[in-house]
Ligand binder design. Structure first.
Ligand code: ZN
Length: 317
């Protein structure tokens, strides 16, 4: 019997990680990445973005990558899209979850998505209608991603009440899950704990609440722990911390999956992931994106002697 996970990690390297990388990662290499992470126990991967290839050529093979991901036993497959057209493609492919991006910050929404937050909400409602047009049992799960929840390079600190208002709008519209994202690494543990508590207190009965942190200023994992303490049990990260943000110059991107798993396992939480099986997968990044730095300290130091893994681990006796 498969033991239920205490906490769910989601690999976002194939979407968030490669989004702003100019070198195209060959389709077969993306699929190899998916296969090997599934073999390491990864339960959930955001495998692509459904956007016009002209805009982001890195995702021109999104349909093939998503189809291959769906062939992996037990993997929850999610894909990001900013609009109804992308959602229709995602539906045709049959992904389990569609992640609809939007920004809390009005300025970021305009710069990143070329639309107001109100226009984004209106588009989201069209995706909800698409989901609800399907028979029950055939519907995809619909998540809302809230970029710039802790701050924005243009506007600075983003007030909690703005995040709560955005989340409320999406919950009222019919979102199944919300992902609170620190797009440019402005969050600190105190702020994170406070906001996650508010989001979970207000909406936790209706929707699942996930976290997407960046390690831009070195607080990524501390923020994970703060969100954990507030009750969050779902975390995004990318292998070797691949990825950045075009609006945060010189920024380190996503938190490192290997370090995240080590943190969670050390907290006694069963992730289902064998972190030592993740390490060789870093070679896929080295082989295909030799200019991208590999982040993470677990990969350098390995496990402490006798470490009490919550999940089965290949370094255990
Ligand atoms: Zn990210």
């Amino acid at each position: 019997m498969v033991r239920e996970l205490d906490v769910e990690c989601r690999e976002v390297g194939l979407r968030d990680g490669i989004q702003i990388v100019k070198t195209f990662v060959p389709t077969q290499e993306k699929i190899r990445w998916i296969r090997e992470e599934v073999a390491a126990g990864m339960p959930n991967m955001q495998v692509c973005s459904f956007v016009p290839p002209k805009l982001l050529p890195q995702f021109s093979d999104a349909i093939d990558v998503a189809k291959a991901a769906l062939e992996q036993d037990g993997l929850w497959v999610s894909a990001l899209t900013p609009n109804l057209r992308g959602a229709e493609t995602a539906l045709a492919v049959g992904v389990h979850e569609i992640d609809f991006m939007n920004s809390v910050s009005e300025t970021h929404s305009q710069s990143n998505g070329r639309r107001s937050t109100a226009q984004a909400l209106a588009e989201f409602k069209r995706v909800v209608a698409l989901r609800d047009s399907l028979p029950e049992g055939k519907r995809f799960k619909l998540a809302g991603g809230f970029a710039t929840s802790f701050g924005c390079s243009f506007e600075g600190h983003v007030p909690h009440k703005n995040v709560l208002k955005s989340v409320e709008n999406f919950v009222k519209a019919g979102v199944d899950e919300v992902v609170i994202a620190d797009t440019v690494g402005y969050g600190n543990p105190r702020d994170v704990k406070s906001l996650f508590k508010k989001v979970i207190d207000n909406f936790g009965d209706d929707v699942m609440v996930g976290a997407h942190f960046h390690d831009t200023r070195g607080l990524g994992l501390a923020n994970v722990y703060a969100a954990l303490e507030a009750g969050c049990r779902r975390f995004d990260a990318s292998l070797a911390g691949l990825g950045g943000c075009p609006f945060a110059p010189n920024a380190t991107g996503n938190i490192v999956m290997e370090d995240l798993v080590f943190l969670l396992e050390g907290a006694g939480l069963h992730t289902g992931i064998d972190v030592d099986k993740l390490l060789p997968i870093r070679d896929i990044i080295t082989d295909n994106l030799p200019d991208e730095p590999l982040h993470g300290t677990y990969a350098k130091a390995g496990a402490p002697k006798g470490f009490p893994w919550a999940s089965t681990n290949s370094t255990q006796e």
